[in-house]
Write a protein that binds this ligand. Structure first.
Ligand SMILES: Nc1ncnc2c1ncn2[C@@H]1O[C@H](COP(=O)(O)OP(=O)(O)OP(=O)(O)O)[C@@H](O)[C@H]1O
Ligand SMILES: [Mg+2]
Length: 218
C-alpha cells in the first residue's frame, strides 16, 4: 500500500535518512522504531509530503506521491502528530472541520463512540486530557476514512492508564476498521506487543527490517 524505494533525505548538508526501502502492506500494523534523532518523524513527514525526499521515490497504491496533490494525499494517508494539533472550539467542531472541507459526510456520534469519547461533542477540545486529545485526534483522522493512518509516538506523552486506552484504540483501528496503521515508537516493548512487521532505524539507516512481534526479536 505504501512503498519507499531508496529514499534519502539531506538537510543542511546532513544525511537524515539514508537509502531507505520498505513496503507496508494493506491492513498491516507496521512499526517504525529507533532512538531519538534516528529519523522517524522525518520519515513520516516524507510519506505525507510535508517534506520532499532528496532522492528516491515513495508510492501510495503504486502511484508516486509527487503525482498526488498534497491535499488528496493527506486525506488518504493521515499523519497524527505526537502533540495532537487540535483547533479551538468544541470536540464536534474539531471532527467536522476537515470532512466539510472535502465535502464528506460525517457521523460524529459514531466516531466519538469508536474512540471512547461518547457524549463529548460539546466539550472544549482544549479541556481534554492528554489521552482524550490523542483519541480525538484519531477520531478526526478516521472521519476522513483514510487508507492509512500514520501515528507519531501516540502514547509517549501519556501516563500508563491513558497509554493503555490509546493502545487499545489503535489495535481496534486495525482489527475492526481494517485500517493500515503505521506507528512510530521508541518503546521496543510496545512495538513488539502491538506491531506485526516493521523497521528499526539508527542514524537514518535501516538496521533491522522484518517481523517485530514477540519477545524473541531484536
Ligand atoms: N532542518 C534540519 N537541519 C539539520 N538537521 C535536522 C533538521 N531537522 C531535523 N534534523 C535532524 O534530523 C534527525 C532526525 O530527526 P527526526 O525528528 O526525524 O528524529 P526522530 O527519530 O523523530 O526523533 P525523536 O524520537 O526525538 O522524535 C535529528 O538528528 C535532527 O536533529
Ligand atoms: Mg520524532
Amino acid at each position: 500500500m505504501i512503498e519507499l524505494r531508496r529514499v534519502s533525505k539531506v538537510k543542511d548538508g546532513k544525511k537524515i535518512l539514508d537509502d531507505i526501502s520498505f513496503r507496508i502492506n494493506k491492513g498491516e500494523f507496521f512499526i517504525i522504531q529507533g532512538e531519538s534523532g534516528s529519523g522517524k518523524t522525518t520519515l513520516l513527514r516524507l510519506m505525507n509530503r510535508l517534506e520532499e525526499a532528496t532522492s528516491g521515490e515513495i508510492f501510495v497504491q503504486g502511484t508516486p506521491i509527487r503525482k498526488i496533490p498534497p491535499q488528496e494525499l493527506r486525506r488518504r494517508v493521515i499523519l497524527v502528530f505526537q502533540e495532537p494539533r487540535l483547533f479551538q472550539g468544541s470536540v464536534e467542531r474539531n471532527i467536522r472541520f476537515a470532512p466539510r472541507h472535502h465535502g464528506m459526510a460525517v457521523d460524529v456520534e459514531a466516531l466519538l463512540k469508536a474512540v471512547g469519547l461518547e457524549g463529548y461533542e460539546r466539550r472544549d477540545a482544549f479541556s481534554l486530557s492528554g489521552g482524550e486529545k490523542q483519541r480525538l485526534a484519531i477520531a478526526r483522522a478516521l472521519a476522513l476514512k483514510p487508507e492509512a493512518i500514520l501515528l507519531d509516538e501516540p502514547t509517549s506523552a501519556l501516563d500508563e492508564a491513558s497509554k493503555k486506552e490509546v493502545e487499545k484504540l489503535i489495535v481496534e483501528l486495525k482489527e475492526t476498521h481494517g485500517a493500515t496503521v503505521v506507528m512510530v515508537t521508541h518503546d521496543l516493548e510496545q512495538g513488539r506487543r502491538l506491531g506485526e512487521r516493521g523497521i528499526i532505524l539508527d542514524k537514518g539507516k535501516i538496521v533491522y527490517q522484518g517481523r517485530i512481534r514477540g519477545p524473541e526479536n531484536v
